[in-house]
Write a protein of this length. Structure first.
Lengths: 110, 116
């Protein structure tokens, strides 16, 4: 079973649309959750940490459901610059390694 | 904004040769990591390093791999005898005083390793 599973997409949405990505993780002991974005052939860049109570950063909202081992990311009012691959990331059994999902590809269309 | 820097950006090496990838983590960070990403695949954890020793490593990180912090700023990944399947993008990352738990890792822009 994969540690982190994501729908690979692609998601093609018009500018201004709202889009949601989901992710599930297998290790119930995981305690740290993040969304990163990765542009083509670039490094992963932190988008936001995900907290148990849910959190928002501008147009981005992240939710965590520990019981279902499920993480979500909502992007409102999509911009062209949001086009990227969004990586769901969870810490592993130890404290110091991260497991990455394969990513969900988003393309925002003018 | 402080950043993780990696050199070289691209390394081409003959199979069987040794290669050293270099990283300068963010200066006040205490935890250092190496990851790799084979083209078209997900990012995979290799190793974490804290207090001058390996704290965790994955199955990928076998005897051919080693890490070192030779001075107060550099963090290196050595592959002793490279194989074709070592071709990948290698990312260095660092995080603050609580490791990956609770604190996000910041990634360098990677070294693309091509084995011929």
């Amino acid at each position: 079973r994969k540690e982190v599973e994501q729908d690979p997409g692609p998601f093609n949405v018009p500018e201004g649309a709202t889009v949601a990505f989901n992710c599930t993780y297998s290790n119930s002991a995981s305690q740290s959750f993040f969304w990163y974005r990765q542009d083509c052939r670039k490094e992963p860049k932190l988008l936001m940490s995900v907290y148990s109570s849910g959190n928002e950063d501008g147009r981005f909202t992240a939710q965590l459901n520990r019981a279902s081992q499920y993480i979500s990311l909502l992007i409102r009012d999509s911009k062209l610059s949001d086009s990227a691959t969004y990586l769901c990331v969870v810490n592993g059994n130890g404290a110091n390694n991260l497991f990455f999902g394969t990513g969900t590809r988003l393309t925002v269309i003018p | 904004e402080p950043e993780v820097t990696q050199t070289p950006s691209h390394q081409v090496t003959q199979m069987g040769q040794e290669v050293i990838l270099r990283c300068v983590p963010i200066s006040n960070h205490l935890y250092f990591y190496w990851y790799r990403q084979i083209l078209g695949q997900k990012v995979e954890f290799l190793v974490s390093f804290y207090n001058n020793e390996i704290s965790e490593k994955s199955e990928i990180f076998d005897d051919q791999f080693s890490v070192e912090r030779p001075d107060g700023s550099n963090f290196t990944l050595k592959i002793r005898s490279t194989k074709l399947e070592d071709s990948a993008m290698y990312f260095c990352a660092s995080s603050g005083d609580r490791g990956a738990l609770r604190q996000p890792q910041h990634f360098g822009d990677g070294t693309r390793l091509s084995i011929l």
